[in-house]
Design a binder for this molecule. Structure first.
Ligand code: HEM
Length: 325
């Protein structure tokens, strides 16, 4: 599996030693709000894997409603604007009226299309341009005082797929989540109300985490494969097989589409690499030692959580010995 090698880019998920669900959205500051696209040292591996997953099960990982072409073009424009502004050495767009040429200088690839004309390209606009960036992209369309999932390109999913979730409302999507606060207050309605009030140009972010047993994605369609794979985790191999999976989520209002873009930057760190940042090792141990059973079962980690915690406990003990504690 590829893993995050630049730890300065890895978004460590916990600020405290004990995790519970909350309305943990944060406003992005002006600088941060300009980008949901990021290039990492693993870029080429990420893209190779993303494309492999999309090609392996195209109908599971990419889905759209037929009326979403205009919103897809709006998103393509935003992605390309951000990519060329942030990484002009890697990405360029030449525009001759509606004739656009997008060049990816890392992969030495070129995409030519007539902007706004889906017949000028071999795939749907988001499916094509999304394959140049490792993020997953979802559009939640705002209507009837609710949000509905109408477009999705989702490769590195945790309990998620474009196919499974297409057409669902925000509340339906979050139905399986035991989404309550520390004191048992339900969160779905509150979070939806907040997202409906999101304004263009003022994006928000949050971080989600999970553990993966030697996999990039788990979705309901491939449950028969990953469920038995989780049984392979032991205290001895947990450091290598189990990865801390972090999603940096960003939420942008697309003004023309009146939709919320849900963009995910998914990172993977094998538990053994937590040693590189001892404070992360200790904090991960503390958090994982204290996951309520219903949360562990929902996240699909209950089968290998104990082995992972035991592995981390040994590592924390070794660290304390070297630190003379
Ligand atoms: C509009 C954009 C959003 C979409 C499309 C979305 C989608 C999803 C999906 C598909 C899942 C997995 C559900 C399943 O197990 O079947 C999920 C889980 C979850 N979502 Fe969202 N979500 C969105 C926004 C939010 C926001 C704004 C919050 C919190 C403030 C949130 C909190 C959560 C939590 C806590 C989980 C459980 C994750 C875990 O424990 O690993 N979501 N979401």
């Amino acid at each position: 599996m590829f893993k995050s090698t630049n730890l300065d880019q890895f978004v460590f998920p916990w600020k405290e030693d004990n995790y519970r669900y909350s309305n943990d959205l944060k406003k992005l500051n002006e600088d941060e709000s300009r980008y949901f696209i990021e290039i990492t040292p693993e870029y080429e591996m990420q893209i190779k894997e993303k494309r492999r997953l999309l090609d392996e099960q195209p109908e599971v990982r990419y889905q759209s409603m037929p009326h979403t072409m205009d919103m897809q073009w709006e998103l393509v424009e935003l992605i390309l604007e951000q990519a060329t502004e942030r990484y002009p050495q890697h990405f360029t767009v030449k525009k001759d009226g509606a004739n656009w040429t997008f060049t990816n200088h890392i992969l030495h690839e070129e995409e030519k299309f007539v902007f706004g004309d889906a017949s000028s390209i071999r795939m749907e606009p988001l499916d094509l341009i999304g394959r140049h960036f490792h993020n997953d992209f979802i559009l939640m369309v705002h209507r009837d005082n609710d949000l509905f999932l109408e477009v999705g390109q989702v490769s590195f999913a945790a309990l998620f797929s474009a196919n499974w979730n297409k057409g669902m409302s925000f509340e339906e999507i979050h139905g399986p989540v035991p989404f309550v606060t520390r004191t048992g207050v339900p969160l779905v309605e509150r979070v939806l109300k907040f997202l409906l009030s999101l304004e263009p140009g003022k994006p928000w972010t949050r971080v989600n985490w999970n553990l993966m047993a030697d996999r990039y994605d788990v979705n309901y369609e491939t449950m028969h494969i990953w469920e038995p794979q989780r049984e392979r985790v032991t205290v001895e191999n947990a450091g290598e097989l189990v990865h801390l999976r972090v999603e940096e989520q960003k939420f942008y209002r697309l003004p023309r589409a009146n939709a919320i873009l849900f963009s995910l930057n998914t990172m993977f760190l094998p538990l053994e690499d937590l040693k590189l940042r001892p404070e992360w090792l200790i904090r991960t141990y503390n958090n994982l030692s204290d996951i309520p059973p219903e949360m562990a079962a929902y996240k699909g980690i209950d089968v290998f959580l104990n082995q992972s915690v035991e592995y981390l406990k040994h590592e924390v003990e070794k660290l304390q010995v070297t630190q003379g504690k």
